[in-house]
Write a protein that binds this ligand. Structure first.
Ligand code: ADP
Ligand code: MG
Length: 250
């Protein structure tokens, strides 16, 4: 039986008195593309930020490749630390978060050189390969401020891939882009999906999610409200709440 890459049980997260995640159970299988949808404020970003410990969960537990992830609430011995988890679970953000003072290639090689201990030559060879994959080989020496939003986001994806992550978390990565630049970023994500990359994709691109997701989760008020295939959740939604939510995207 295949083991989940990430297994989440009863995960909760509160900010002060605000309960944002109210008990999430989730298995992410190798090669799966999990589409995460739901209204603004339903906890999608908080959930995926917990998955690489950018947020510390308030309760519950989760494992990464069978190893218990450090969480302060149980006080148990950690089996995988936060640093190691972040190395192996990559994140791409809505607003790119590139280092503005570094060139494209330095943005991409920084992590592998510092965290993976790669030589400059090794890291640059990989970075050039990744830049070619995202169609930006000619931008290696450019600074982020000279790139379009779509190009920045493709660099951000290349940067995440340079760490050779087991899982890629993508948080509304096309939401900040002008409409004409969305397609070039989605094309990169589609190729990653076809290549078998395990991903959690928070998105409002419902058509795209329907195309590439192996499974879709609909979150509402900090809980998984519905879960199923793209057909069940996106193409033939049965519940009124889901239909009403999806109707906003047509
Ligand atoms: P979504 O990504 O689905 O829009 P979020 O996970 O960003 O939802 O936010 C869920 C709720 O948690 C919102 O009410 C938001 O204001 C709150 N929240 C998120 N991050 C923080 C934080 N660092 N401090 C306080 N409240 C937060
Ligand atoms: Mg969000």
């Amino acid at each position: 039986m295949t083991e989940p890459v990430i297994a989440v049980r009863g995960l909760t997260k509160s900010f002060g008195s605000l309960d944002v995640l109210k008990g999430i159970d989730l298995d992410l299988m190798p090669g799966e593309v999990l589409g995460l949808i739901g209204p603004s404020g339903s906890g999608k970003s908080t959930l995926i930020r917990c998955l690489n410990m950018m947020e510390t969960p308030s309760g519950g537990r989760f494992t990464f490749k069978g190893q218990e992830v450090t969480t302060r609430f149980r006080g148990k011995g950690a089996r995988i630390g936060t640093g190691e988890l972040r190395r192996d679970v990559g994140m791409v953000f809505q607003h790119f978060n590139l280092f503005p003072h570094l060139t494209v290639i330095d943005n991409i090689t920084k992590g592998p050189r510092i965290v993976r201990g790669q030589s400059r030559a090794e890291a640059e060879a990989l970075a050039m390969d990744l830049l070619a994959q995202v169609g930006l080989a000619d931008k290696a020496n450019a600074y982020p401020s000279h790139l379009s939003g779509g190009q920045k986001q493709r660099v951000a994806i290349a940067r995440a891939l340079a760490m050779k992550p087991d899982v890629l978390l993508l948080d509304e990565v096309t939401s900040a882009l002008d409409p004409e630049l969305v397609g070039e970023v989605l094309a990169v994500i589609r190729r990653l999906a076809e290549g078998g990359m395990t991903m959690v994709l928070v998105t409002h691109e419902m058509g795209f999610a329907a195309d590439i997701a192996s499974r879709v989760i609909f979150m509402e008020q900090g809980r998984i409200a519905e879960e199923g295939s793209p057909d069940e959740i996106l193409r033939n939604p049965r519940s009124e709440r889901l239909r009403s939510f999806l109707s906003r995207f047509h």
